[in-house]
Ligand binder design. Structure first.
Ligand code: NDP
Length: 313
C-alpha cells in the first residue's frame, strides 16, 4: 500500500499488514543468502539457545528455526535444562563465539533465575549479537549516525521502524510517544525514532497524565505488556499506532467453554476509529521481529565474509 501523510480525515484506520511486509523481507533475506552461498560458499548460520520449558519461548524458537530454514539459513539448536549452571551456559556461548560456521547467536530470554541475563548477553561476541542486546551494540545505537552501520539493532524496534518507514511519508518532526522503556523494545525504539528526527517522548508506569501525553502523539508505539490498555481516548485524530504488545487473555468460546486468544496493548477496535493506520495483533509487529532476526543474521554473515551489508538498516 502507498505511503501517506499522517493526518487524514476521520475514517476507520488502514491496517499495517506486518505479515505481508515480513514475507517481503524474508524473500530479500533468502535472496541475499543464496547470493552469499553462490559467490562466497558461505551459508549463514544462526545458533539458537533455549533454556528451560517456557511455553512461549518454545513457540518463538520453533518459529525462528522454521523461518530460517525457509530462507536457507542454517540453524544449530541447543535445548538446555532449566537447572543449568551459569558457567555451563557461558561455556556454550563461548564455544559458539569461536565456531566460525556460526554467524549469529540467539539466547532466548527470559532465562531462569539462577542465571545473570546481562552476563550471558555480554558474553556473546558483539559481531554475532544478532539480537542487538549487547552493551556495545546498545551503545552504537545510542550514538547513532555512522555507528549505526556497525550495530545490530534489536529486532522488534527495527521491525516496527521498517513498518513506519514503509507507510509514513515523512517521519521528520513528528511527535512520537513510546510507551514502555525496556532495553528490548522501548529504549531502542526511542533511539531509532530520534535518529529519524522525530520528537520523542518515552512514557512508563510512573508517568503522570499519560493519556494526555499520548493524545499529543502523531505516532504511538505501545510496548507495555498490558492487554488492550490503549483505546481511542488516548489517541489524537489520525495518529499512527504500532502495537508491539503480545498478551494472552482468557475468553469464553461460542460453545461456552474456556479458551484464550492473543491481543495487543491496544484495543484495536476502539483505536481504529481514531487512528489513521494501525498494526493488528497478531499479524503486525510479531512477524517483523523474526524477519529482522534473519536479516541481522545474514548481515552478520556478509560482514564475516568481508562484504558490505546487503541492506541498509
Ligand atoms: P517489559 O515488561 O520489559 O516493559 C514494559 C514497559 O511498560 C515498562 O517500561 C513499564 O514501565 C511499562 N508499563 C507497564 N505498565 C504500564 C502502565 N500501566 N502504564 C504505562 N507504562 C507501563 O516488556 P517488554 O518491553 O519486553 O515488552 C512489552 C510488550 O511487547 C509485551 O507485551 C511483550 O510481550 C511484547 N513484545 C513483543 C515482541 C514482538 O515480537 N512483537 C517482542 C518483545 C516484546 P516501568 O519501566 O515503569 O515498569
Amino acid at each position: 500500500m502507498a505511503k501517506r501523510a499522517i493526518r487524514g480525515e476521520a475514517k476507520m484506520a488502514d491496517i499495517i499488514d506486518g505479515k505481508a511486509f515480513a514475507a517481503k523481507i524474508r524473500a530479500e533475506v533468502k535472496n541475499d543468502t543464496e547470493k552469499l552461498i553462490n559467490e562466497k560458499q558461505v551459508n549463514p548460520c544462526l545458533a539458537v539457545v533455549l533454556v528451560g520449558e517456557n511455553p512461549a519461548s518454545k513457540v518463538y524458537v520453533g518459529q525462528k528455526s522454521k523461518m530460517a530454514a525457509e530462507c536457507n539459513i542454517k540453524t544449530k539448536d541447543f535445548k538446555l535444562d532449566s537447572s543449568i549452571a551459569q558457567e555451563t551456559l557461558l561455556k556454550l556461548v563461548d564455544e559458539l563465539n569461536n565456531d566460525s560456521s556460526v554467524h549469529g547467536i540467539l539466547v532466548q530470554l527470559p532465562l531462569p533465575k539462577q542465571i545473570d541475563e546481562r552476563k550471558v548477553i555480554d558474553t556473546i561476541t558483539v559481531e554475532k549479537d544478532v539480537d542487538g542486546f549487547h552493551a556495545i551494540n546498545a551503545g552504537r545505537l545510542s550514538i547513532g549516525g555512522a555507528m549505526l552501520k556497525k550495530a545490530f539493532i534489536p529486532c522488534t524496534p527495527l521491525g516496527s521502524l521498517l513498518l513506519l518507514k514503509d507507510r509514513v511519508e515523512d517521519l521528520r518532526g513528528k511527535n512520537a510517544v513510546v510507551i514502555g522503556r525496556s532495553n528490548i523494545v522501548g529504549k531502542p525504539m526511542s533511539q531509532l525514532l530520534i535518529e529519524e528526527s522525530c520528537t520523542v517522548t518515552v512514557v512508563h508506569s510512573k508517568t503522570k497524565n499519560i493519556e494526555q501525553v499520548c493524545a499529543q502523539a502523531d505516532i504511538i508505539i505501545a510496548a507495555i505488556g498490558r492487554a488492550e490498555m490503549i483505546d481511542a481516548n488516548w489517541l489524537k485524530e489520525g495518529a499512527v499506532v504500532i502495537d508491539v504488545g503480545i498478551n494472552r487473555i482468557s475468553i469464553k468460546k461460542e460453545d461456552g467453554s474456556e479458551g484464550s486468544k492473543i491481543v495487543g496493548d491496544v484495543d484495536f477496535e476502539s483505536a481504529s476509529t481514531k487512528a489513521s493506520m494501525i498494526t493488528p495483533v497478531p499479524g503486525g509487529v510479531g512477524p517483523m521481529t523474526i524477519a529482522c532476526l534473519l536479516r541481522n543474521t545474514v548481515t552478520s554473515a556478509y560482514r564475516f565474509a568481508g562484504l558490505d551489508d546487503p541492506r541498509e538498516n
